[in-house]
Design a protein around this ligand. Structure first.
Ligand code: SF4
Ligand code: SF4
Length: 166
């Protein structure tokens, strides 16, 4: 299995494969959900350890990060700030309860590493979420990140072969 880790090549391939990927999404929707979950889980187990996130960091450079109250408390305390100081510096709050980190790339990315790694947010821990069940229900989101995340790109390309789509 040859993995592609160059973000520029991945972005180029993603634009060339748009039609193929639309067809693949339609194909996957017809497949058995549990079988696809098993295949994605196994591919992720093989591929994720072979990709060095510290030389990529692209999710931290390009995603909007949701923050929960208890997470904000934890990181504020780590940074020796009170919540008001933390919120004013790092968060944007809309009219709903939703809070997000107020910069992209994320404030906490330093030399391609997370400077608050042990206290990072749930969305950061989860991404790219290929270990989770119900993959078919998340196809739109997964494909949204296909050209951004080398793990997703390589898992999807291998899945095309594994499922017999290609
Ligand atoms: S908190 Fe850390 S892992 Fe999450 S986006 Fe920021 S730098 Fe990345
Ligand atoms: S999870 Fe994906 S986008 Fe984020 S650093 Fe790792 S390979 Fe890059």
């Amino acid at each position: 299995m040859q993995l592609q880790t160059s973000l520029s090549i991945i972005q180029q391939l993603a634009s060339e494969k748009q039609e193929e990927n639309n067809a693949f999404v339609s194909f996957l929707k017809q497949q058995d959900a549990a079988t696809i979950d098993e295949e994605v889980y196994a591919l992720n187990q093989t591929i994720e350890p072979k990709i060095d996130c510290t030389s990529c960091g692209n999710c931290c450079k390009s995603l909007m990060i949701n923050v929960r109250e208890e997470e904000a408390d934890r990181v504020a305390s780590r940074l020796n700030l009170n919540r008001q100081q933390f919120d004013e510096t790092y968060l944007e709050k809309g009219s709903s309860d939703l809070m997000v980190i107020n910069t992209i790339p994320c404030h906490f990315l330093a030399e391609n590493k997370c400077s608050i790694y042990e206290d990072r947010f749930a969305g950061c821990r989860e991404f790219p979420a290929l270990h989770l069940p119900h993959f078919k229900n998340r196809l739109f989101t997964v494909m949204m990140h296909y050209d951004r995340c080398p793990i997703i790109f390589n898992v999807m390309e291998e899945l095309k072969l594994k499922t017999g789509f290609l």
